[in-house]
Design a protein around this ligand. Structure first.
Ligand code: F6R
Length: 234
């Protein structure tokens, strides 16, 4: 595990964007696993800057996002489809056919989860970008009795709903359910890059990286990954 403790959100974003760009420049056909949430916004901004400066060609990339809320349409500004479009996909030359997010409004969610896993399995993720929730979740793998391997539908934790209420006009609008990639796809990624920002994440990050490996702290499983890089600022 490599841990970079950097002095600011800006440096965190720059460092993570540099690591992702290096992956893309060395392997233009890379498969990236992508995250949403407030933390990676600066990373995506830097990647867009690099693209605009002619340093980054995203034309060969394939992407898989970690998760999506149930009950929101793709065009809903709170959906993760919309987030990715507005922060990255509409701003770089990515092939729209190679963008993948789970369809959390599918009629048959179980079938959709299986479909998503088989797509990921067929491609394999080269570099997975992760944020971390205040309760240690990665994707929306919430604390629980077991590490769930496959893409699945999850009841969001009360603490996650509270944390994400800041993005919604009315806290009652925060969806209660989401579809998330499971631990298997995350752990099978060749490389993992975890970004975290803010004093509030310090304790959970320390628990995750140095505490016991337990599904009660979902990110603790990352200690078992052979190529984990963490970039965090407080
Ligand atoms: C989002 C995701 C979540 C977030 C986490 C942290 O796709 O996978 O695990 O990374 O909730 O969110 P922020 O960055 O808003 O603190």
């Amino acid at each position: 595990m490599k841990v970079y403790h950097v002095p600011s959100y800006d440096v965190m974003s720059q460092k993570a964007a540099n690591l992702i760009s290096a992956q893309i420049i060395l392997y233009p056909q890379s498969v990236l696993g992508l995250a949403t949430g407030s933390t990676p916004i600066g990373v995506y901004e830097r990647l867009v800057d690099k693209h605009n400066n002619g340093e980054l060609d995203c034309g060969g990339l394939t992407t898989f996002n970690l998760d999506e809320y149930c009950g929101l349409s793709e065009d809903d500004p709170q959906s993760y489809h919309y987030f990715m479009k507005s922060h990255l996909f509409s701003k770089v030359n990515i092939n729209k056919e190679k963008i993948h997010l789970p369809d959390a409004s599918a009629k048959d969610i179980e079938k959709e989860c299986k479909r998503y896993d088989s797509q990921i399995e067929a491609c394999g993720i080269d570099l997975q970008l992760l944020g971390i929730g205040n309760n240690g979740h990665i994707g929306f793998n919430e604390p629980g009795a077991v590490f769930e391997g496959d893409t699945h539908c999850v009841d969001l934790d009360e603490s996650t709903i509270l944390a994400n209420a800041r993005f919604f006009d009315d806290p009652n609008d925060v969806p209660r359910k989401a579809v998330t990639m499971g631990m298997k796809s995350i752990m099978l990624a060749k490389r993992i890059l975890l970004v975290a920002n803010g004093e509030a994440k310090r304790a959970i990050l320390e628990k995750s990286l140095y505490g016991p490996i337990t599904p009660l702290v979902p990110a603790s499983i990352l200690q078992l990954h052979p190529d984990l890089t963490v970039v965090w600022s407080d």
